[in-house]
Write a protein of this length. Structure first.
Length: 255
């Protein structure tokens, strides 16, 4: 017993001390828009032509700047690689969650995400019911939020198997037709107040599945999310940022 205790005390600390660190160079990250002028007027359409989900809108006479919808972005990295003017670059920030869907649309005049965590019915802790409608990659990242490295419980975030005890409905996947009724039943079993979080590009817009026969166009076709977490899949820090944003926690604010 004593040797085991001594070995435990000598072991290095596993839980990450830095909250919401930037992603490492090994991670592709999400795209961001800079103030560098786009050369679309000279015939360049490389970014939009290669985007698999049509997340990029090129400048027009009415809208003279590039627009990039992070809610549709699957993080393939094509636009960041091919942009000759660096109008689209890599962002390694993990503070990516927003409270309004329109804030995920980046433009040159608004290159960063707009975060407001001032108002929330939850301050100290939340109980989360997680529902996956078909996104295994995000399932793994959500599970990672509870491991010793990220340790969601230190922020007062706990997961439950019953919606009757839940404050937050965390939804991943494109919400196809077969999962829409179970989603509604889960929500109706929850008490008030409650918060809905769409986590991942598939939950936000359907991602690669949008427009298909299964009506898998994202959670908003069934429910109205209160918080949106982009990424495909989102990093655990991004998911935790969305949960803390739903709580109105000061850590969720930009620093």
């Amino acid at each position: 017993m004593l040797p085991s205790l001594l070995n435990y005390l000598k072991s290095p600390r596993c839980t990450a001390d830095e909250i919401f660190p930037d992603l490492s160079a090994a991670n592709r990250g999400l795209p961001a828009i800079t103030s560098a002028p786009c050369t679309h007027g000279e015939g360049c359409t490389l970014c939009a032509d290669g985007c698999p989900t049509k997340a990029i809108e090129l400048p027009t006479d009415e809208k003279p700047e590039v627009a990039l919808d992070l809610g549709k972005c699957v993080g393939c990295g094509h636009c960041m690689r091919v942009c000759p003017t660096k109008t689209i670059v890599t962002s390694r920030s993990t503070r990516t969650a927003v409270k309004r869907r329109e804030d995920l649309v980046l433009r040159a005049g608004r290159p960063t995400l707009n975060v407001d965590a001032a108002h929330s019915p939850f301050k100290q802790s939340v109980v989360v019911r997680y529902v996956s409608t078909g996104d295994n990659a995000t399932d793994l990242e959500v599970a990672a939020c509870t491991n010793p490295i990220f340790d969601a419980s230190r922020f007062g975030i706990h997961f439950t198997a019953s919606p009757r005890f839940a404050d937050v409905l965390l939804v991943a996947g494109p919400a196809p037709l077969a999962m829409q009724e179970p989603l509604c039943q889960t929500l109706h079993a929850m008490g008030q107040p409650r918060v809905i979080i769409a986590v991942g590009a598939q939950a936000i817009s359907g991602g690669m599945f949008c427009g298909g026969y299964a009506n898998a166009n994202g959670v908003s076709s069934v429910l109205q999310p209160d918080v949106w977490v982009p990424g495909n899949p989102p990093h655990p820090w991004m998911i935790l940022h969305g949960l803390l944003l739903a709580m109105g926690h000061p850590l969720a604010l930009h620093t």
